[in-house]
Each structure stands twice: as structure tokens, then as C-alpha cells.
Design a protein around this ligand. Structure first.
Ligand code: ADP
Ligand code: MG
Length: 322
């Protein structure tokens, strides 16, 4: 199977979006943007052995590759439209490709995204890069900058589950296909695309939580030139996580673990009532975990008392990364 056959067989689907003028097969893809909307581009790469264990199923890899990009799209309050795929593979294994493309298209179809092009190469290691283009209402773009002193710091869903799931896999204590909610959270993340669009007119800033809550809040606060205080006991944890790991480790996973793909956003002081509105509309937990301050630091408390947290979030080229 040469690369053209591979692309035809696994990645070429009937186009359902009339705004895709030219899709896979030419030198470039051509899309027609919607008048009055701004374009948003995001890109994320998954490297085998770095972003997922080498034995993760191909369908899960395909799903994740789309989902992690959707999380960035969500953080901008954008609507995903089109994607391109750069695939570097050790070999062209038909079973792997079939599963990978089915996972990839399953995630894409949930948001009506079309795959419009890409690049296919052979290499020493499987590497999957996806770029998603979306559009956004120019009046309601969410960014990391914009949080103001006194704003509420809020998060969606529960945190730490996926990191704990990955920990179970890495310690070989649970198999990949186990009936385990934590492992499922790692294998099949769901980005908060529609929730983000609901909060966008109200929120002052937002970031998606992909590298660990503590580090990601810090990025938001730095971009907003502010500081913050978060209360450990307000961080939303699933009962499964607490039951399997105990409260202390659960909180560590939530603060420092990655792969949550939830949203962290700030709301003006006094908008507590919005939390239950958002929550009901999207059937997702929304929690207020702290407040934006003016001291340019992120401080943790536990039941109101100072809590010294040392962040070990993942950095590719940093002291704790590889
Ligand atoms: P070129 O040599 O002009 O870069 P290619 O032969 O690499 O073109 O690709 C042929 C067509 O297939 C292009 O439209 C390209 O966007 C598309 N394509 C290549 N690889 C992929 C892929 N992994 N997924 C989707 N489309 C792809
Ligand atoms: Mg060309």
C-alpha cells in the first residue's frame, strides 16, 4: 500500500460541508470562511511514548488527537470546522490505520468537522499532528488575558481522573481495556466546546486544563497580569478518584496531573448564579475554586490555611520534563 492508497482508503470521506471548496487530493485545501466570523487555528501533536503509552489502542489515539485540539478550540470559544492531519508512521499497518481513522472520525463527526488535507510520512516513531481551524464570534473571543482582581476562578467537570487513569496504566495495576472510569477519562477525553460558547459572553478569561490545573491557572493569571488564591477542598474530584486513591493523592492528581481537557475560566465577582445555569444547560459540574488577586502569585489554601504546593506539571524541555 503506497501513501496515496493509504490516504484514499482511510482518510478520504465524502465531504458534507459545502464551505469546503477543495478537500483532499489537490495541493491545498480551500475553505470558505463565514462572513463576519474570525478564523481560529490550533495545533497539537501526540508523540508515541510521550503523550500516550505505546500500547494505547489506535482508535483511542485517533480520538485523542482530535480531542486535544478541540480543547484548545473550546478555550477560545470557537466552533471547530476543518482539520488537517500530519501522520508519521513506522509502518502502514491496515488494522492500525482502520482503527485509528475510525477513532479520529468518531471524534470529528461529533462536531461536524471535515478532514480537508494532511501529510503522510514514514519515520522512526509514530507522531500524529492535527491542526483544527474554527471560527468565532469576534465579540466573544475567550483569551487567557482579561481576568480582573476579584473575579471568580471556575472549572468545569472533575479534575485529576485522567492523570490517575494514566498512573494506573503505567504502574500496570489495571489493563487498558479495564472497566474503569479513570482509564476511560484518559482514553476518551471530551472537550468542552459547547460549554465554552455559553460562558464566552460572561467570562473575562479562559484556558483549557491540559497540563495540570495549577500550572494552567498560572498561565491564565500571568497573561492577565494578576495573581490568585485557590482552595484545595473546592477542587472538584470524582468519587471514583477519591475512592481509589484517597483525598490527598486525588488532590495531587487534580493540581499537577495533566490530560483533563476541562475548562478553567474567570467570571466577574457576584456571578455565582451563573454557575448553576451553565451547569444545568450542559449537564456538567461547574465549581468555583478561588479568586483572582493582585499579588501576582498563585496561592493554595486548604480549609483556609496556607498550603505549600510544589508544582511538577509536565514541561517538555524543563527541569522535570524530558
Ligand atoms: P503534495 O505532494 O502536493 O504535498 P501529497 O501527495 O502529500 O501532496 O498529498 C496528496 C493529498 O492528500 C493532499 O490533498 C493532502 O492534503 C492529502 N493528504 C496527505 N496525507 C493526508 C492525511 N494523513 N490525511 C488527510 N489528507 C492527507
Ligand atoms: Mg503539492
Amino acid at each position: 500500500m503506497d501513501e496515496f492508497e493509504l490516504i484514499r482508503r482511510y482518510f478520504t470521506r465524502e465531504l458534507i460541508d459545502a464551505d469546503v471548496r477543495i478537500g483532499i487530493g489537490d495541493d491545498g485545501a480551500v475553505m470558505r470562511p463565514t462572513t463576519g466570523r474570525d478564523l481560529v487555528a490550533v495545533m497539537d501533536t501526540l508523540v508515541e511514548g510521550v503523550h500516550f503509552p505505546v500500547d494505547l489502542g489506535a482508535a483511542d489515539i485517533g480520538w485523542r488527537a482530535v480531542a486535544v485540539n478541540l480543547s484548545d478550540i473550546a478555550a477560545m470559544a470557537a466552533t471547530p470546522r476543518w482539520m488537517t492531519l500530519a501522520l508519521t508512521l513506522r509502518e502502514a499497518n491496515p488494522d492500525w490505520l482502520q482503527d485509528f481513522s475510525s477513532g479520529l472520525f468518531a471524534a470529528a463527526e461529533e462536531h461536524s468537522i471535515s478532514l480537508v488535507g494532511g501529510d503522510t510520512t514514514r519515520g522512526q516513531q509514530n507522531i500524529i499532528s492535527i491542526q483544527i481551524c474554527g471560527d468565532v464570534d469576534p465579540d466573544f473571543i475567550l483569551t487567557r488575558a482579561g481576568a480582573r482582581v476579584g473575579d471568580l476562578i471556575c472549572v468545569s467537570g472533575t479534575l485529576g481522573d485522567a492523570a490517575a487513569g494514566l498512573n494506573l496504566l503505567q504502574s500496570n495495576s489495571v489493563m487498558l481495556d479495564a472497566d474503569n472510569d479513570l482509564i476511560r477519562r484518559f482514553r476518551r477525553p471530551n472537550a468542552r466546546v459547547s460549554l465554552a460558547q455559553t460562558i464566552a459572553p460572561h467570562a473575562s478569561a479562559a484556558i483549557d486544563i491540559s497540563d495540570g490545573l495549577y500550572g494552567d491557572i498560572q498561565k491564565l493569571l500571568r497573561a492577565s497580569d494578576t495573581g490568585g488564591r485557590i482552595e484545595l477542598d473546592s477542587i472538584p474530584l470524582s468519587s471514583t478518584l477519591v475512592e481509589q486513591f484517597g483525598l490527598d493523592r486525588a488532590q495531587q492528581f487534580a493540581l499537577g496531573g495533566g490530560d483533563d481537557y476541562e475548562l478553567c475560566f474567570t467570571l466577574p465577582a457576584g456571578s455565582e448564579a451563573l454557575l448553576s445555569e451553565f451547569s444545568q444547560q450542559h449537564t456538567v459540574r461547574i465549581s468555583c475554586i478561588g479568586v483572582v488577586t493582585d499579588n501576582h502569585k498563585l496561592i493554595c489554601t486548604r480549609q483556609g490555611e496556607p498550603f505549600n504546593y510544589v508544582d511538577q506539571g509536565y514541561h517538555h524541555f524543563g527541569a522535570s520534563g524530558s
